[in-house]
Structures are given as structure tokens and as C-alpha cells.
Write a protein of this length. Structure first.
Length: 170
């Protein structure tokens, strides 16, 4: 069973499966019904305050850099572990660039062999609002050494004008 850190629904099952080990480390009755009642009460707060999980798709987010040049924006996403083009999907929805995909483990393990998992695998998702009018026909992407680079040509930058605020006594 894969485990995502914010997967509250499966947390109880995982903790119960490993109860003996966890109680030997944390003490008896640490993960009792009181613990789970508090977790389920807090889960909406945990999920909405977390920036590492996308609740709709059960996917984690990915780090990104955005660089603006005169005629293009370069977005660089850190996604180590992709194997081919089927592992990532890039879409432009209106003025929002959406990156989704999945990083898979390239090996199979039994539960007895697992000691620790730290590599980030599983579903990922990122939505980026583009503050420009872009040329969607010329957007292109390349993946190299764990970095996904998406180049987005700018047709016209949005003009931001300062709007003055008038203060009145009424």
C-alpha cells in the first residue's frame, strides 16, 4: 500500500498494522481512538493549510522557478524520476498552465524489505497562473536531468496600472 503523508483516510489502517512496533517506540495507547478522533477533526485544517498536497487529485506539488525574459517566460519544475513523456502531462487551460504526472518506483519490494522510503514518488500536480497573453501554439517543453523546462512565448504582457484610492469622510 502506497502512503502519502496527508492521506488521512488510510492512516488508521497503516498505524494499526504497525501497532506493536509503534507502541514499542512511542509507548502504549499512543494511537488510540482519542488520537484518531482528533486527527479526523483536524484533517480539513491539515489538508487546506498544506501546500504539499493537492486534495482534489491526492497529488503532491512540485517546486518551480519562473524566469521572465523580454519575449518569453521560462518555468523550471524540479521532477526527478520521470522515465518518459507518458509520465508527465502539460496543459494550458485559459491562462493557467497545469502540470500533472506520476513518478513510479522502478523496482518491486515486499513489505518485509521496506525499511525507509524518502524518495518522492507518486502523483504530482502544479497549477501556474500566467499573468501574460501567451502564444499557446509555440509553447514547448524539454526534460533533462530531473528538470522540466517549459518555455512560454509572451504575445503581450498584462499592463498593470496603479489605481488611486479616494478617501472620504462619508
Amino acid at each position: 500500500m502506497e502512503f502519502y503523508p496527508y492521506d488521512i483516510k488510510n492512516l488508521k489502517e497503516i498505524l494499526e498494522k504497525n501497532k506493536d512496533f509503534l507502541e514499542s517506540f512511542f509507548g502504549e495507547n499512543t494511537f488510540d481512538e482519542h488520537f484518531f478522533n482528533n486527527i479526523f477533526k483536524q484533517s480539513p485544517k491539515i489538508l487546506t493549510s498544506s501546500e504539499t498536497i493537492n486534495q482534489e487529485t491526492n497529488a503532491r506539488t512540485i517546486p518551480m522557478d519562473m524566469i521572465q525574459r523580454k519575449h518569453e517566460v521560462i518555468l523550471i519544475f524540479e521532477i526527478p524520476g520521470l522515465n518518459n513523456a507518458e509520465d508527465v502531462d502539460i496543459k494550458l487551460l485559459g491562462s493557467t498552465l497545469v502540470i500533472t504526472g506520476e513518478i513510479r518506483r522502478n523496482y518491486m519490494l515486499s513489505d518485509k524489505e521496506i525499511i525507509k522510503f524518502e524518495r518522492k514518488v507518486g502523483r504530482f500536480s502544479k497549477k501556474v497562473a500566467l499573468p501574460f497573453i501567451v502564444d499557446n501554439k509555440r509553447i514547448h517543453a524539454k526534460y533533462y536531468k530531473g528538470l522540466l523546462e517549459v518555455r512560454v512565448p509572451i504575445i503581450k504582457p498584462n499592463n498593470y496600472e496603479k489605481i488611486s484610492v479616494r478617501f472620504t469622510d462619508e
